[in-house]
Write a protein that binds this ligand. Structure first.
Ligand code: HEC
Length: 95
């Protein structure tokens, strides 16, 4: 849900929109890198060599609004589940 509200304006799993498609991003990048990209986008684009290259290749700049660390972590888990073909709906939720 967070992904569709906060990210899908620019990202799709398989199709390049304003931002890159995100399939297998959790295999390409470390978890901390992705967390940083979501939470400290500005700084990443300025300082991280990989984020800099991505920024050069895209017309728009990634801007994430009102996403806290917990939200970012959930989105990361969501992306990871896609990359590992896990359907989160089939995993029982712990009470
Ligand atoms: C306003 C459009 C926009 C929104 C909203 C947005 N992004 Fe992005 N994203 C981009 C662009 C553009 C890039 C490429 C880097 C750049 O130009 O800033 C990018 C890059 C990324 C990357 C790096 C991809 C790679 O190949 O390494 C990840 C991961 C990512 N975004 C995740 C997210 C997540 C998760 C959200 C939602 C919390 C989100 N983005 C919201 C536009 C957006």
């Amino acid at each position: 849900m967070i992904f569709s509200k906060k990210c899908m304006e620019c990202h799709n799993i398989d199709i390049k929109l304003k931002g890159p498609s995100l399939r297998d991003v959790t295999k390409k990048r470390k978890a901390e890198w992705i967390m940083n990209m979501i939470l400290n986008t500005e700084e990443m684009i300025k300082k991280d060599p990989q984020a800099k290259i991505l920024f050069k290749d895209h017309v728009v700049k990634m801007v994430v609004k009102d996403v806290n660390e917990q939200d970012a972590r959930m989105v990361l888990e969501y992306l990871r589940s896609i990359d590992n073909n896990i359907n989160l709906d089939t995993i029982p939720v712990k009470e």
